[in-house]
Write a protein that binds this ligand. Sequence first.
Ligand SMILES: NC(=O)c1ccc[n+]([C@@H]2O[C@H](COP(=O)([O-])OP(=O)(O)OC[C@H]3O[C@@H](n4cnc5c(N)ncnc54)[C@H](O)[C@@H]3O)[C@@H](O)[C@H]2O)c1
Length: 254
Amino acid sequence: MNPIYPDLKNKHILITGGSNGIGEALTRTFAEQAKEVTILDQDYDKGLLIAKECEKYNCKVNVYCVDLTDTNALASTLATIKKERPVVNVLINNAGYDPRYSLLEMSDAQWNDLFQLNVTHYFITCRELLPDMINAGGGSIIMTSSHQVWLANPDLIAYSATKAAIIGMVRSLAEAVGKHYIRVNAVAPGWIMTERQLNQWVTPEAKHKNLQQLSIPIELTTNELVGIYLFLASDTSRAITRQTIVVDAGHAQS
Ligand SMILES: NC(=O)c1ccc[n+]([C@@H]2O[C@H](COP(=O)([O-])OP(=O)(O)OC[C@H]3O[C@@H](n4cnc5c(N)ncnc54)[C@H](O)[C@@H]3O)[C@@H](O)[C@H]2O)c1
């Protein structure tokens, strides 16, 4: 059960990667409370399915199909959204990927491609949407980082670098736009049992080992995560900016 934030009912929320995993949970959660939710995702069919299922709420869910690593396509999609939809009040940069590479075997292309998805699209959305947010007199930007920045697993060097880059971006951007009443914060989730994690990485042994490393031994799902995004999106958090909130049951020594 999530808290209700009445001010969200006038807000337009844009979520990258809103068709699956954490993004899907965010889309469904915000659709219950917001005026409009816009998903940017390459999984168009799943986005449309979620939009259909959210018709029961008093919220319009829009889906735009785009490859977030294609900077020109992304900028052009955002230009369309600016024409067709209300001003984005809350931007949630969330899409990302977590491939395992050892440093010695990682190619330039693998490194650059990961930054293109995990960092560059976060910058492009901010650059394109901030002017309207400033004109609107305020807003909230939330970026999904990861507790891997602190855990520092050896096969996630590139991933950890992208997620640390986001925390740096959040801190500087918060300084730049605070005078326009725009908050910028990061959420750093722990290991969240999304469908892709379950299919790709979760084994009974890994799950058992993970639970033993947590201060609070609970299996983390999106249910443990979405509330913090609601809070950071709502004006209830109007004095909170430049922060990274780690939601990992005490796993990382952040
Ligand atoms: N799941 C976890 O355990 C975990 C932990 C810490 C941080 N995170 C971060 O949370 C965010 C979401 O992760 P998730 O586990 O929900 O991922 P996911 O793979 O379940 O969902 C990602 C979504 O992004 C979309 N996407 C991916 N690449 C895209 C592209 N190039 N263009 C358009 N859409 C694209 C996918 O279609 C999908 O809908 C990521 O930034 C991830 O790094 C996840």
